[in-house]
Design a protein around this ligand. Sequence first.
Ligand SMILES: *[C@@H]1O[C@H](CO)[C@@H](O)[C@H](O)[C@H]1NC(C)=O
Ligand SMILES: *[C@@H]1O[C@H](CO)[C@@H](O)[C@H](O)[C@H]1NC(C)=O
Ligand SMILES: *[C@@H]1O[C@H](CO)[C@@H](O)[C@H](O)[C@H]1NC(C)=O
Ligand SMILES: *[C@@H]1O[C@H](CO)[C@@H](O)[C@H](O)[C@H]1NC(C)=O
Ligand SMILES: *[C@@H]1O[C@H](CO)[C@@H](O)[C@H](O)[C@H]1NC(C)=O
Ligand SMILES: CC(=O)N[C@H]1CO[C@H](CO)[C@@H](O)[C@@H]1O
Length: 485
Amino acid sequence: MNLVTVLVLFTVSLSFLTTVSHGFVSQRAVLQRLSGSNKYLTTDELWFNQTLDHYSPYDHRRFEQRYYEYLDHFRAPDGPIFLKICGESSCSGIANDYLSVLAKKFGAAVVALEHRYYGKSVPFDSLTTENLRYLSSKQALFDLAVFRHHYQEILSYKLNRTNVENPWFFFGVSYAGALSAWFRLKFPHLTCGSLASSAVVLAVYNFTDFDRQIGESAGPECKAALKETTHLVEERLASNKKAVKTLFGSDELEIDGDFLYFLADAAVMAFQYGNPDVLCTPLVQANKAGEDLVDAYAKYVKEYYLGSAGAKVETYNQKHLKATSITEDSSDRLWWFQACTEVAYFQVAPSNDSIRSSKIDTRYHLDLCKNVFGVDIHPQVDVTNVYYGATKVAASKVVFTNGSQDPWRHASKKISTPDMPSYLISCHNCGHGTDLRGCPQSPFNLEGNAQNCSSPEAVQKVRQQMIKHIDFWLSECQAGGRSYK
Ligand SMILES: *[C@@H]1O[C@H](CO)[C@@H](O)[C@H](O)[C@H]1NC(C)=O
Ligand SMILES: *[C@@H]1O[C@H](CO)[C@@H](O)[C@H](O)[C@H]1NC(C)=O
Ligand SMILES: *[C@@H]1O[C@H](CO)[C@@H](O)[C@H](O)[C@H]1NC(C)=O
Ligand SMILES: *[C@@H]1O[C@H](CO)[C@@H](O)[C@H](O)[C@H]1NC(C)=O
Ligand SMILES: *[C@@H]1O[C@H](CO)[C@@H](O)[C@H](O)[C@H]1NC(C)=O
Ligand SMILES: CC(=O)N[C@H]1CO[C@H](CO)[C@@H](O)[C@@H]1O
């Protein structure tokens, strides 16, 4: 799955949805579908001119980058500024999620910046491989730094102040969670601290732990049913390809790997977004009753994944991924570009005991990169990890949080240290970005209906810790004459 897709049925904050699974991408679509329309604090677009290439003194091109501001909770003039980093999807506003609870508590202004190339912040009029050359996490971090200066100036101007800065705090989930941690690493003087929720700071080439975590999150019975389903699908693919693709409403997926990836991702979604029962209950029942597992899985995929969750088959279609026109589904292509160049997260099947088809291997991913972008690109995973430090990221004042059932947590920071505390939120349905979204439940519900949470205290406990750290680091920042040390 892409990192970002969130399954929440009614209320999901889009901002979370950084897509990390290829998984990330499909989930993005889902999130957008599932998050209702009025779940934003604001959707009023603001714009500013951003530098296209932060690393060239000769290139003076600029592009318009979209952002949002929400000042209702702001305690002028000294309140903090919370910057919500939008990740690998269109940023349609400032989501009304747990960040808004925090903003109220701290009297903070909230701003959100759309990631370059996504949504409406596209520097070119087409997304050819050549035009994507400025799409990278490094450029995105620089965008954030420039934007932070720009917005501070605007606010100071509004407040009639000079030479005074408000204390800043950065927030992000998933890929944007990694950006949040990396921002504090690269620009420590520009934020008092960062929240890195389900932050995928470790670039991984063959991300086999991803599939393993799905097995663990599913538990023995559901895992066995999922494995058997994959096995049966592979058999039917060999005997009657067309029939089995039709059964899943996915005739358009001509490449078998795309089809198998789609089926694997459909299962991931249930665990990544904290809704395991919607998949496991019917599958285990069908298995016990000796019913056709492939039929039962097809029902889940069509009714839930493609239905209520709003995922799209075309997300997995390499023909679609090759399209260079700018549409609301361009983020599929854009995230794959980031995967194929910088971070990989290739969700290959482990050699033993995998749930997904073993045909989803390293070759499948490399072929996809080559086919979709027309050049033989290999992700520079080692370079990325050297540049940021991976799980040894040498930042400070970053809170890391992970959900126990989230397959992405294996790309997050493993060890908690005093300067970079990390928390694992453990419960039956604790998925990706659980801390900032509603409490884990199915269907997801903003801020949660406590009665529907299987383990709300797991989330609440971690939130209390987050508040403690934010409070402390903001006060250190202010006490230090805003030195940001
Ligand atoms: C960005 O720059 C262009 C060209 O100078 C200008 O027309 C446009 O109004 C600027 N946009 C913003 C948001 O400042
Ligand atoms: C800023 O200063 C101007 C001119 O001195 C004044 O009219 C305005 O009310 C001030 N605004 C604020 C927010 O204090
Ligand atoms: C990834 O897996 C492939 C196939 O098993 C292997 O050839 C390759 O060396 C692995 N790459 C890394 C970086 O682990
Ligand atoms: C393969 O997986 C099975 C089931 O988890 C396990 O019992 C077995 O030890 C594994 N074999 C290897 C070689 O890792
Ligand atoms: C809570 O769960 C019940 C039973 O699953 C469901 O009918 C109801 O819609 C849920 N309520 C909310 C607010 O999610
Ligand atoms: C920050 C955090 O909770 N990290 C956890 C993420 O997941 C890894 C792998 O399970 C754990 O070891 C970390 O403790």
